[in-house]
Design a protein around this ligand. Sequence first.
Ligand SMILES: [Zn+2]
Length: 195
Amino acid sequence: MSCEVCGGVPAGPVLLQSASSRILWWNHRKVNADLCGYCAERVYFDQQSRTLIQGWWGPLSALATIWFSIANFVRISEHRRFITTVENDGLQTSRPRAKITGNPVALVVSAIALFIIASLAVTVLNAPTPASESNPTSFNSTCWENTGGNSLKQVSCDSDSASYETYQVVSDPSLCADLYLEAGTQYACLQEKFG
Ligand SMILES: [Zn+2]
């Protein structure tokens, strides 16, 4: 078996893939061939570099990037185990190894992409949850009397002493225009009651 690209021996089968993002879709390139050590290393370096630079920029493509970059590494490692030498001026010498660390652009771009993905994940996980039925709503439309200082006492809304009423229950007190009451884990906004 000789290399399908350069005719060198020994050669063996290897599958190396790349992903590159497009605006709505992504491109998948695949080399599935019998290659010698030189050509396999060159294709590995090219496919891995393209994937790590161009692959991150879409949701499907980013998943393919994670999968291909791991799969390519596993497959080139297998190929290295089977094809240990390369032909060099008619002599068999030990096989060179391409390292992706030889492409700093791929490493920097991947670090940036992973940082963005991690930031998005944190943003999604920390997104405020909408108020659900289980949240306390018993503070809605209640009336309160100012008993002096900072203390309030709940009173009937028909009472003449009712000076404040609640108008909404929110998760963040800064959403209240002015005063608020703690209502369980939430806050009830207060407004002055007229009449
Ligand atoms: Zn070759």
